[in-house]
Design a protein around this ligand. Structure first.
Ligand SMILES: [Zn+2]
Length: 238
């Protein structure tokens, strides 16, 4: 087989490997991206839950105040009833004071209650705002995740196909030594070949000595880069 033919096959392998690497990279990157999206969502979910908790605490406070108002009202009714049935002036006066005190307590509690109602209203605004932000983000995140997963699954299917194509390309090379050398370089350096452009190895960016450049261009023999060891390929072969 002509050297030029071998180089064309190597380029084919190189291109196929790039496609395979891209898919393998996706298999690493997609779960990372999804984890990051979940994390962003988690922060917003926390904010929303905290707002809800604050809102719930205000409700507890409100119910407690309402209970106390109710309790004082019952006391008031009771005092008024007893005042109507008072047997002595002393008892009458004592109950009158109790009624006045209770009325004051009720006014004070109702003032507190108004404060709590306002607090609750303000908090509801915050809770709703964080809920809307969270829900909108959740929708976006789920959509993005679905898209990423779909892309990944499609790529995984493609990987089987591409691995198969690679096997067929490799078999066409019919040069076990060259294939081994390519694979070794691919595994250790990320790529097995380097295309020369402007007398420069595009992989390691070192200048190719003129003599070597001329030899590679002739295409009679396979040469490797003196710096990175990759199999050199002249651009006309693309
Ligand atoms: Zn190089």
């Amino acid at each position: 087989m002509e050297v030029e033919e071998k180089m064309k096959i190597l380029i084919g392998l190189y291109e196929k490997d790039k496609e395979i690497d891209k898919i393998k990279n996706l298999e690493i990157e997609v779960p990372k991206k999804i984890a990051k999206l979940d994390e962003e969502l988690e922060d917003l979910s926390k904010e929303f839950n905290e707002a809800k908790e604050t809102s719930d605490k205000i409700d507890v406070k409100r119910r407690e105040l309402e209970r106390r108002v109710e309790e004082q009202r019952l006391n008031l009714d009771n005092f008024r009833k007893r005042k109507r049935e008072a047997h002595s002036n002393k008892e009458f006066q004592a109950l009158k004071r109790e009624i006045e005190d209770t009325e004051k307590k009720i006014i004070q509690l109702e003032d507190e209650l108004i404060e709590v109602y306002i607090e609750k209203e303000d908090q509801e605004k915050i809770t709703n705002k964080t809920r809307i932000i969270f829900e909108e983000k959740e929708k976006k995140v789920r959509e993005k995740e679905e898209l990423l997963n779909r892309e990944l699954n499609k790529s995984k299917e493609n990987l089987i196909l591409k691995a198969d194509e690679r096997t067929r390309i490799a078999a066409r090379l019919q040069d076990e030594r060259l294939l081994k050398s390519y694979n070794r370089l691919k595994n250790s350096r990320g790529s097995g070949v380097s295309i020369i452009e402007n007398e420069i190895c595009t992989e390691c960016h070192s200048t190719i000595p003129l003599q070597l450049f001329v030899e590679v261009k002739k295409g009679n023999k396979i040469y490797t880069c003196q710096s990175c060891g990759r199999i050199l390929i002249y651009k006309w072969i693309e």
